[in-house]
Design a protein around this ligand. Structure first.
Ligand SMILES: Nc1ncnc2c1ncn2[C@@H]1O[C@H](COP(=O)(O)OP(=O)(O)OP(=O)(O)O)[C@@H](O)[C@H]1O
Ligand SMILES: [Mg+2]
Length: 347
């Protein structure tokens, strides 16, 4: 018997009683209690532990409204109360830094294997250190008929700034070099990057850091957002090319602003198609599939550049966990579909 048939059967039976009792209120009350005792569609409870800034950019009304209409409810996690005293949750979304939070979450994860934690804290740590962040891309050594994907040559500097110049010479690295703080810890400082144009100025840098060879890429960067199996590419303006002649004139360390995160999109810009064209879709799909698996992460993005003058030489220069999805067009659809798919795969 279908649900409708069941209800109408019960109502018909109750109507017989109504003729007997002639009590309309009674039938309404009984009808309501029957309906509420029937199995309701299960809600998907998503706990989230995000900074205020992240909550604001991610949990926009368009996401919450669409999610609600699909039976997904977002619940804020209270950091002052132990995780195991909160919930129950089906899924846990998080991006908070600090050892205490990581341990708390790992402990919760062990005790609640039924809850999908996006993503495991140790896997996130791996991409919060620029020494390990790109290792999996390098090991993958992706090259096929659609193109090749690598990482810039890089060197980790932990010691005395005075010896950086020697270390760079020994490693045979070419200037200019991008200097990036070793750890990405959510602070503004960890995103303060600089470009070093000559070997003498290298001693002004502030270790621990990673030095990466600067790759000319025509001033355009591709932010490739991953949400489970979904991939969305957004074009952004980036640093302009540096040519050999300019290099003769410039010296020193140039601190540059956060270019790729800025609101300026390069989507509609009138650019050379060789620079402008997105990386081939099959190449990105292969890369994303491998990295999801190797990194053990489902929510991340990659900054990818195309080496200037080539059509199919790409470099991954950065990977971020739980990036600013709020800026991605249609992210509310991508995200709700992803959350629902997690539950479908579970049951
Ligand atoms: N090896 C490189 N060659 C050329 N440009 C680079 C290189 N590395 C970084 N850049 C430029 O510097 C910008 C910031 O670098 P990166 O993404 O590694 O740092 P970030 O702190 O994560 O910045 P953001 O949060 O803005 O992505 C890039 O978007 C790109 O414009
Ligand atoms: Mg970046």
């Amino acid at each position: 018997m279908t649900l409708n048939e069941e209800i109408s059967c019960i109502i018909n039976k109750e109507q017989v009683d109504v003729v007997d009792d002639n009590d309309e209120n009674k039938i309404t009350t009984q009808f309501n209690s029957i309906v509420s005792s029937l199995p309701q569609p299960k809600k998907l409870i998503v706990g989230y532990a995000l900074t205020l800034k992240k909550t604001k950019s991610f949990l926009q009304p368009k996401l919450e409204n669409l999610a609600r209409s699909k039976g997904i409810v977002f619940v804020a996690i209270d950091r002052t109360i132990p995780l195991s005293e909160q919930g129950p949750f089906d899924i846990l979304l998080h991006k908070l830094f600090g050892k205490e939070w990581r341990e708390n979450l790992e402990d919760y994860r062990q005790k609640h294997p039924d809850v999908t934690v996006l993503d495991p804290p140790d896997n996130i740590q791996h991409v919060c250190n620029r020494q390990s962040m790109l290792q999996d891309v390098a090991a993958l050594n992706l090259s096929n008929c659609y193109g090749e994907v690598g990482v810039p040559r890089q060197l980790v500097i932990n010691g005395d700034p005075a010896s950086i110049s020697d270390e760079v010479a020994i490693a045979g690295m070419s200037l200019p070099l991008v200097a990036k703080p070793l750890l990405v810890d959510g602070s503004l400082k960890s995103h303060q990057l600089s470009l070093a144009f000559d070997q003498f100025s290298l001693s002004k840098l502030d270790p621990p850091l990673v030095l990466q060879e600067f790759i000319n890429h025509g001033g355009v960067l591709f932010k490739v957002y991953i949400v489970g199996d979904a991939i969305k590419v957004v074009r952004r303006f980036s640093l302009p090319n540096v040519n050999g002649l300019e290099m003769l004139d410039v010296a020193g360390v140039y601190r540059f602003p956060r270019v790729s995160g800025s609101a300026a999109s390069a989507e509609d810009a009138n650019l050379d198609p060789e620079i402008y064209e997105h990386p081939p879709r099959p190449l990105l799909e292969m890369l994303a599939k491998e990295l999801r698996h190797r990194l053990g992460l489902r929510l991340f993005n990659m900054d990818i550049i195309r080496e200037h003058g080539t059509r199919d030489h790409f470099y991954v220069i950065d990977i971020n966990y739980f990036p600013g999805y709020g800026k991605v067009p249609e992210y509310e659809h991508i995200f709700t579909n992803f959350l629902l798919s997690l539950m479908q795969n579970k049951y």
